[in-house]
Design a binder for this molecule. Structure first.
Ligand code: NIG
Ligand code: FE
Length: 412
């Protein structure tokens, strides 16, 4: 049976356009249409028009009541699956202990590795399903999810299988990323070369063969993985069909963003202290800058040079970076608000960053990220009259209705 949907009385439809990341002046060149309607058939947008809506027999009709409609938000960077939490680190942070010092003392990421290894697949599934439900209420309809708290074959695959299972049991569409190169695990502290060999010789081939991930990410940072090690691992991943991403220049600029452009990584993440040569390399290599403003906020760090990136024609995406350490916030809305206020990107630029450019960073811009005929009907009705309003009235959940593939999946 054909499932028909009509959304009428849309006060403002705000959307980027196209199936590829937008950079430079195009980043903020979105369409803002007033007084329109949208129809969808079997989860795909069929028509968008202004004026009187068509009479669609048998269609489910939603009255948007003159409010804002956008595409569903796409969260292109999360560390979604993990055991435990790390609220004890808040006190350390407040006493000024740096993030990398906590990690060097065996805490931080390694403390989450301990609790993730201890959790069963079922426990992780149950916990992650709840988190996804919360994300959906906040407007996230597509989400990337990294491994990286297992740090051995069995536990990395356990995390990735959780993502695979949840793909079919709840509405948020998931894109898996393999990130065993997130830290060196305790059992390899004296033999980091051995861990790198394990990743390259065993984990990457296994993950690729069993189609457990689409991307491979690495934490290129002082005391974690050097740019040289990152290159070796990401090139091995690429040979096995996993597309490279890099956590680069989060705390120290040790060459991650330059490497990202050189190896044609789809995206470089964080980029808080990205140097001009990193921006130039990403512009040349066609790498998307996936910025994580809530992490800067939570770590009390500076903010990535977003405007310089837009000016240099690097497409900018904005994501939550949800994880139990550097930013335990899963609201992409909040990350968008911080991006606007602290990067001083315009509402139009940030909308593109959290929809179309984010979708491009995780390889699904052909089907999500914009409201256009032929794309999936992943739509949000906001409790807001226009786009500016959602950046102005920050701190509340302004989502009224979430539609995924033409179905209402959340309604206030
Ligand atoms: O993107 N920086 C590395 N990874 C995560 C943090 C992970 C954690 O602290 O558990 C990030 O911020
Ligand atoms: Fe991250």
């Amino acid at each position: 049976m054909t499932a028909l949907l009509l959304i009428k009385n849309i006060g403002m439809l705000a959307t980027a356009r196209g199936c590829a990341a937008r950079a430079g002046a195009e980043q903020g060149d979105i369409s803002l249409t007033q007084g329109c309607w949208i129809t969808a058939e079997n989860g795909i947008i069929t028509k968008i028009g202004q004026g009187e809506p068509p009479a669609l027999e048998g269609a489910q009709v939603i009255d948007a009541k003159n409010r804002l409609v956008t595409a569903g938000l796409v969260d292109a960077h999360t560390h979604l699956v993990f055991g435990g939490w790390r609220e004890h680190e808040l006190a350390l942070k407040l006493h000024g202990v740096p993030y990398l010092d906590i990690l060097a003392q065996g805490g931080g990421i390694l403390s989450t590795v301990h609790s993730t290894r201890a959790a069963t697949e079922e426990e992780l599934c149950e916990k992650t399903a709840k988190l996804l439900n919360e994300m959906l209420s906040l407007g996230t309809t597509t989400c990337e999810a990294k491994s990286g708290y297992g740090l051995d074959l069995e536990n990395e695959c356990k995390q990735l299988r959780v993502v695979q299972k949840l793909q079919n049991t709840q509405p948020v569409e998931l894109v898996p990323t393999f990130m065993a190169a997130h830290a060196v695990p305790p059992e390899y502290q004296e033999n980091r070369e051995g861990y790198i060999r394990l990743i390259i010789d065993e984990m990457i081939p296994y993950v690729s063969e069993h189609k457990l991930a689409k991307y491979c990410d690495i934490f290129c940072e002082t005391g974690v993985f050097s740019a040289k090690e990152s290159k070796k691992i990401l090139l091995a991943a690429k040979e096995h069909g996993l597309i490279p991403k890099i956590h680069a220049d989060e705390i120290d600029p040790i060459g991650g963003s330059v490497l990202a452009g050189e190896i044609g990584a789809v995206s470089a993440e964080h980029l808080i202290v990205c140097p001009p040569e990193g921006i130039a390399s990403m512009a040349k290599g066609g790498t998307i800058a996936c910025l994580l403003p809530a992490t800067s906020f939570y770590l009390g760090a500076t903010f990535a040079p977003a405007r310089e990136m837009v000016t240099a024609n690097v497409p900018v995406a904005v994501a939550s970076d949800f994880n139990p350490g550097s930013t335990p916030n899963l609201s992409l809305q909040l990350a968008m608000n911080i991006a606007c206020l602290r990067y001083r990107l315009t509402p139009e630029e940030v909308l593109t960053a959290a929809t179309l450019n984010a979708a491009a960073a995780i390889g699904c811009a052909d089907k999500v990220g914009t409201v256009e005929v032929g794309k999936q009907a992943d739509l949000l009705i906001w409790d807001a009259p226009n786009l500016n309003f959602i950046f102005y009235r920050y701190g509340s959940n302004l989502i009224d209705t979430v539609i995924k593939k033409g179905q209402i999946v959340k309604r206030r």
